[in-house]
Write a protein that binds this ligand. Structure first.
Ligand SMILES: [Zn+2]
Length: 114
């Protein structure tokens, strides 16, 4: 599976509102397969993966309305999330199903200037 080694954090008004971003590796809770490299802005539990914060794999980057309705583990077909719009911010995201995924924090910058 393609894992990005290079990335640049997306810094915008959402980051400024939520706080320091960190880079997470999300994997399937059922079979441990790698799913997504994701930028989470600020603290708190991970509930959604906004499309504009997915850093890998390539086929899940730059998703739009045409993206799959359901995010599944390619290996075991476990359902991980469903596509939806977070209406408060009008942003497309996968709304994650509780206990379907595992998170590993792979990088948090010591500080970032916004
Ligand atoms: Zn799986």
């Amino acid at each position: 599976m393609d894992r990005p080694l290079d990335y640049t954090f997306v810094i915008d008004a959402f980051t400024e509102r939520r706080g320091l971003p960190s880079l997470l590796e999300i994997s399937c809770a059922a079979c441990q397969a790698y799913l997504i490299t994701y930028q989470k802005d600020g603290p708190g539990p991970l509930l959604r993966c906004y499309f504009d914060r997915i850093h890998g794999p390539k086929d899940l980057c730059n998703l739009h309305d045409t993206s799959p309705e359901v995010l599944r583990c390619e290996r075991c077909k476990n359902e991980i999330g469903k596509k939806g719009i977070y209406e408060k911010e009008d942003r497309l995201a996968f709304f994650l199903l509780e206990n379907s995924f595992l998170i590993k924090e792979i990088y948090t910058p010591p500080a970032l200037k916004f």
